[in-house]
Design a protein around this ligand. Structure first.
Ligand code: RB5
Length: 149
């Protein structure tokens, strides 16, 4: 599976670790930047990955900034994106099972690299429980549609 990934400067070092980890797990990560520790602006990357996932070019996306918060706010501005910030695996798993989250965000200043790996692995492996939860996820889409009317 192809996975879109991006970070700002605060998430850059952790992103490199997660990119390697995704490869070890057999996934194909595509890095949408940033490419150094130089200060940059998280909305650039949150929007990029959000658009790629919303367009269906990538099924899932991973965003890393200092907290995960700025990235998730930006990605969630894009129709079709359900981005979540998770600092532990339980929420990450439930975000897929119940909310069909398609972007996972977390903070390099919040979680260590081993916790981040576990969160990523469990989130990717978890599956949307469509039968029980599709109705509510469709209701989220309706909220988006109302905004663009
Ligand atoms: C950058 O200092 C920081 O604001 C950013 O990485 C992120 O945490 C924003 O939500």
């Amino acid at each position: 599976m192809k996975i879109a990934i991006a970070s700002d400067h605060a998430g850059y070092d952790l992103k490199k670790i997660i990119v390697e980890y995704l490869k070890e797990l057999g996934y194909v990560p595509y890095d949408f930047g940033c490419n150094s520790l130089d200060s940059t602006d998280y909305p650039i990357y949150g929007e990029k990955v959000g658009i790629e996932v919303a367009n269906g070019n990538y099924k899932l996306g991973v965003l890393i900034c200092g907290t995960g918060i700025g990235m998730s706010i930006c990605a969630n501005k894009i129709d079709g994106i359900r981005a979540v910030v998770c600092s532990e695996p339980y929420s990450a798993i439930m975000s897929k099972k119940h909310n069909n989250a398609n972007i996972l965000a977390f903070g390099a200043r919040v979680v260590g690299s081993e916790m981040a790996k576990l969160i990523v692995k469990e989130w990717i492996n978890a599956e949307f429980e469509e039968d029980k939860h599709i109705k509510r996820v469709n209701m989220i889409t309706k909220i988006e549609n109302k905004q663009s009317e």
